[in-house]
Design a protein around this ligand. Structure first.
Ligand code: NAD
Length: 479
């Protein structure tokens, strides 16, 4: 305990000694205390915002290709430290090491990808109605961006915020989740080594109520790019409303997987199982429920129940072969357990699992399949964020889509069918930001990750995600 690292906020190119309270970061697989991190106050947030604001004009004045070189250098350093970062993520978040390595590699690729946009940030010349006039549309940085992060893919989300922000000429203040801040401080140490100009990238750690709220209500922040729950997104939006600050909100999901009567059942089973156990079900875009066609329901339920029951889980550091680690903390474990109890009380039947796992330590929940579920149950409407799969039987694609479109979230959805016309009909009718046909739910760097309804405002990735970090400036030039 005495040898644990004590991390410091990173403000204006320096790790600044924090004098007040610290938060202890725990390993969810065994309860060990891993580090202490600052519980920052409003003053430190203001210092970070000030540094970012001071640094922004000079940073924006540099050619984009020069800004991009820093991102490439950081990506290179990340690739030299994959095992180190993966271990830090696994220890504080609980995901299996193989997935942590995927996250680290994906982060490096993301930095390189966003850097590659440096020569493609393009304005427009618009035809004028007037003789001798040109209308120019410039794309300019917003100014200072606040990046507020969740704990489920904590490392990747740093890059998802900072890479498009920096390449387009913004500066940034990052607030990592207080559950999983260690990887962000380790990332920052590495970033410090590449010599990024002072104030371009800042990190302030602390509670949502203090640090998150101070960032969201600051008049010197030009966009809040937030990933997290719908409830927090709503609080942030209210705080931002005071200054009419732009928000970019990546919120929760309740991804329906629709398995039709002509689906390749084995493919659906393996993709949906992977979706439900990856990161212990704590993934915003992964299958949260199934609508299965009555004609294939028996076969699907038998196979998915066997597949889920066979999941190997435990402490990711003790056994590299497991498929699933613990949930991130006790309150998430309690929430999953109480949602399952409620579903059973409402009439769901247990096909497998449905209990807190009997392990020596760690916040483990058994991989679970619930059948006899119907649309009124809480478990069919609220995000579970755990390894639990509720299933409802439907009699047609249209019924499944009507149910899917009635959910309050609209992030991702998936459809399993071998019929092109059923797939096309689903694409036409599903009111979702993202749909996967006959494959697992996993977005691409060059796509556009965005939700409808309460799943968010705006999106991330690709060209459209990049341009979220810019504002337009239209100029009418009369000769
Ligand atoms: P959360 O909303 O509890 O916390 C996210 C961040 O917000 C944390 O850093 C927290 O400290 C901060 N915060 C809390 N209260 C705040 C406030 N009042 N003002 C400002 N900031 C505040 O979410 P979580 O539990 O960390 O993450 C899980 C959620 O994130 C799930 O709902 C999941 O679906 C969602 N998520 C969405 C995406 C996506 O791309 N749509 C990706 C990952 C996770």
């Amino acid at each position: 305990m005495s040898n644990i690292p004590v991390y410091q906020n990173y403000i204006n190119g320096q790790f600044v000694q924090h004098s007040a309270n610290y938060i202890e970061v725990m390993n969810p697989a065994n309860g060990d205390v891993l580090s202490k991190v600052p519980s920052a106050d409003k003053v430190e947030v203001e210092q970070a915002i000030h540094a970012a604001k001071q640094a922004q004009p000079e940073w924006a004045s540099r050619p984009a290709i020069e800004r991009a070189q820093y991102l490439h250098k950081i990506a290179e350093k990340i690739r030299q430290n994959i095992d180190r970062f993966a271990l830090v993520i696994t220890q504080e978040q609980g995901k299996v090491l193989s997935l942590a390595k995927v996250e680290v590699n994906f982060t490096a690729d993301y930095l390189d990808y966003m850097a590659s946009w440096a020569r493609h940030i393009e304005g427009e010349i618009i035809t004028s109605d007037r003789k001798g006039e040109n209308i120019f549309l410039f794309r300019k940085p917003l100014g200072v961006v606040a990046g507020i992060l969740p704990w489920n893919f904590p490392f990747f989300l740093i890059a998802r915020k900072m890479a498009p922000a920096l390449v387009t000429g913004n500066t940034i203040v990052i607030k990592p989740s207080e559950e999983t801040p260690n990887n962000c401080f380790e990332f920052t140490q590495l970033l410090d080594e590449v010599g990024l100009p002072k104030g371009v990238f800042n990190v302030v750690c602390g509670s949502g109520r203090n640090v998150g709220q101070a960032l969201s209500s600051s008049e010197d922040i030009n966009m809040i790019s937030f990933t997290g729950s719908v409830e927090t997104g709503s609080v942030i939006m209210s705080a931002a409303a005071k200054n009419i600050t732009k928000v970019n909100l990546e919120l929760g999901g309740k991804a329906p997987a629709i398995v039709l009567d002509d689906a390749d059942i084995d493919l659906a089973v393996s993709a949906i199982k992977a979706s439900r156990i990856t990161n212990t079900g704590q993934v915003c875009n992964c299958a949260e429920l199934v609508y299965v066609h009555a004609k294939v329901a028996d076969e699907f339920i038998r196979k998915i129940s066997d597949a889920m029951a066979s999941t190997r889980y435990g402490d990711p550091q003790l056994d590299p072969d497991i498929e699933m680690g613990p949930l991130v903390n006790k309150s998430c474990l309690n929430k999953v357990a109480s949602m399952v109890e409620q579903a059973i009380a409402e009439g769901a039947k247990v096909a497998t699992g449905a209990k807190v796992a009997d392990t020596d330590s760690g916040y483990h929940y058994q991989p679970t399949v619930l059948v006899n579920c119907h649309a009124d149950m809480e478990i069919m409407r609220k995000e579970i964020f755990g390894p639990v799969l509720p299933i409802q039987i439907v009699s047609s694609l249209e019924e499944a889509i009507e149910l899917a479109n009635s959910l309050e979230y609209g992030l991702t959805s998936s459809v399993y069918t071998q019929s092109l016309s059923q797939a096309m009909r689903a694409i036409e009718l599903l009111n979702y930001g993202e749909t996967y046909i006959n494959r697992e739910n996993f977005e691409a760097i060059q796509g556009f990750h965005a939700g409808t309804r309460k799943s968010g405002i705006g999106g991330a990735d690709g060209k459209h995600g990049l341009y979220e970090f810019t504002q337009t400036h239209v100029v009418y030039m009369q000769n």
